[in-house]
Design a protein. Structure first.
Length: 319
């Protein structure tokens, strides 16, 4: 069959408008943010270790300022989460799984947006007062500025306190060991799906823009009859971690159907087998569906890029 091509008149070409989808600057080998990451691996496989390692790297590089965690097993895994340092406070950044867990995440991020907006308000007042002459300051009602923290007890102007280095705060949420809980059942599942699909667009700010949030959802299995990560979330993941390889052929096929992304089944299984050899139960396949370079879409763990050449795998450890 022949296809005849005829160009349209000028003006019909699609032109992107507005900000880029992943505006947060990250190092060359770190994923674009904000991301929606799903991680799968049986109990004890090391998926929490893998995800917490990735998040810790983001905290160290100032990609993330706050880590919010939803898990029923915090006390068993506290060492993994406490490595986030000042970015994680168990008193304010930790919740048990419940049907309103998505609301908990959105409320937390909205609080950060309000904190940043208030800081910008205070900076406007601070800069306005700095421009005033001394005699003008003497006739102002300084009590108002004192209450806002812009003026100290002696009437001296002071710069507002702010903990995020003069930039909007950035958060990542981790939902771990929540399979079978209300997070993924009924109303909870609907709310989490809605949040995951709009995660880059939540928490609008009065001074313009939105904060958004990165989300990591961890599961012992790809899908169960009830209470697993919703399929709409799985299929919209920007990044996927698969720890080990199941021997269940039905689940192998389902994994390929959801995550193959243009690969043949043989190519996907070759990639999966290479990244997750039987003699290394903690090794994982890392899939990046929004890579900074198209040649860097697949990795064995985080430190080795994998390139598919036909049905063979080539390594590149320049990470």
């Amino acid at each position: 069959m022949n296809v005849k091509v005829k160009k349209t008149k000028k003006g019909m070409k699609i032109k992107p408008v507005g900000k880029e989808a992943f505006p947060i600057k990250t190092k060359p080998d770190y994923p674009k943010a904000h991301f929606l990451l799903t991680a799968y691996g049986k109990r004890g496989s090391g998926k929490t270790t893998s995800v917490s390692s990735l998040v810790a790297e983001g905290v160290k590089d100032k990609v993330f300022d706050e880590v919010f965690i939803i898990t029923p097993t915090y006390h068993s895994n506290s060492a993994m989460f406490l490595q986030f340092g000042d970015a994680f406070d168990p008193e304010t950044n930790l919740k048990e799984p419940r049907k309103n867990s998505a609301d908990d995440i959105e409320e937390f991020v909205s609080g950060l947006a309000e904190y940043y907006d208030n800081y910008l308000d205070e900076m406007e007042m601070y800069n306005e007062l700095k421009k005033r002459k001394k005699e003008e300051l003497e006739i102002l009602d300084l009590d108002y500025y004192y209450e806002k923290g812009i003026v100290d007890e002696e009437g001296f102007i002071k710069k507002p306190d702010y903990k995020y280095h003069n930039k909007p705060p950035r958060a990542v949420a981790i939902i771990d060991d929540a399979v079978g809980t209300d997070v993924y059942i009924g109303t909870g599942a609907k709310k989490m799906t809605s949040l995951a699909l709009k995660h880059r667009h939540i928490a609008p700010m009065r001074h313009g823009g939105v904060l958004g949030v990165s989300i990591c959802l961890l599961s012992q299995t790809l899908a169960t009859q009830m209470g697993s990560i919703p399929r709409a979330v799985r299929e919209n993941s920007t990044h996927v971690i698969i720890v080990g390889k199941t021997k269940d052929e039905g689940k192998q096929k389902q994994t390929y159907e959801e995550m193959g992304d243009g690969l043949t089944q043989e190519q996907f299984f070759t990639l999966w087998n290479y990244a997750c050899p039987e003699d290394d139960p903690h090794s994982f396949l890392f899939l990046d569906y929004n890579p900074k370079d198209k040649s860097k879409k697949y990795r064995k763990c985080f430190d080795t890029y994998l390139e598919i050449q036909g049905n063979e795998i080539k390594e590149n450890k320049n990470v």
